[in-house]
Design a binder for this molecule. Sequence first.
Ligand code: PMP
Length: 355
Amino acid sequence: MKHNFNAGPSILPKEVFEEASRAILNFNNTGLSILEIGHRTPLFQAVMDEAISLTKELMQLDDDHSVLFLHGGATTQFFQVPMNLLNENETAAYLDCGVWGSKAIKEAKLFGQVNVVATSKDKSYTYIPKDYTVPSDAKYFHYTTNNTIEGTEMLEIPETNVPLIADMSSDILSHVVDFNRFALIYAGAQKNIGAAGVNLVVLRKDILGKVNRKLPGMMDYRQHIEAGSMLNTPPTFGLYFAGLVFKWLKARGGLTAIGERNRAKAEALYGYIDSSGFYRNPVSKDARSWMNVPFTLAKPDLDKTFLTEANAAGLTNLEGHRSVGGMRASIYNAMPIEGVQALIGFMKDFQRRHG
Ligand code: PMP
């Protein structure tokens, strides 16, 4: 039995892998593979409609919000957002809390003015700044809800009266959030949604159509909304797979239930790390992520041994991001509590033998 702690592409539900593999050979008893069905057929339209309606249901979205499934990963959203929303002479506010947020800032500067209202770079992004104000004339305020690399998460929505925009790539659908408070949300699929290559974008139409630059069709949210995410061939298999993951999540009690499970997993792991006297999590306690848990060993020269032994014990992909070092356990929705318990058991044993 393997437990995969990779940050992304990451662990996904086994039941979904099984159903998707059947659909690759024979989708819904059509005698056709899901991979060879035309995207403009009623068969595929039903897949798209279901993925959209499950997204709306799980996120409890109101009618002002549209759901899009686009290509290009979250990295495309780093520039598609300012391209659609920010004129050259206007200012957008950004919070800089990690590698991904700072990449979004860099891209936004290509299109308009950027006001970085706060940064935690001074302490290697190990905390979330609290004392900052978002100017009321900012076009929007952008932040990253979960910093995948550094292991911080903002579980509370910041107070502001300007349109809120969030990169939720690594904690989307992991707990209850009032998603309707956001003007735009985006998330790459490869953590809690499914296969890499699909990008979920949820947005309020009233923020669109206000920039004076010309937009290529594929970059224009309004055209995607009009075309129902079928401006061109959508990532069909990824969409089908996302629909299965959404059904899996719904059958397990939706965001309330998964949020409780994610909290329990995170509390167990942080609780053990804090009490161990051997492992250490570098993140400020009030900013700890429920999804990505970085930790270091008291003896860094044991890092390689830890990884080799963990791997042999079926605990894979625990190596920290190259920019941070140490270890990182990503414990997304599909990671069962048993996986976290197995990791804790291994860590205890490792400490006993090497500590
Ligand atoms: N934002 C966050 C928070 C991420 O974790 C990642 C990828 N790990 C990205 C953006 C970039 O996503 P993509 O590779 O899909 O462009």
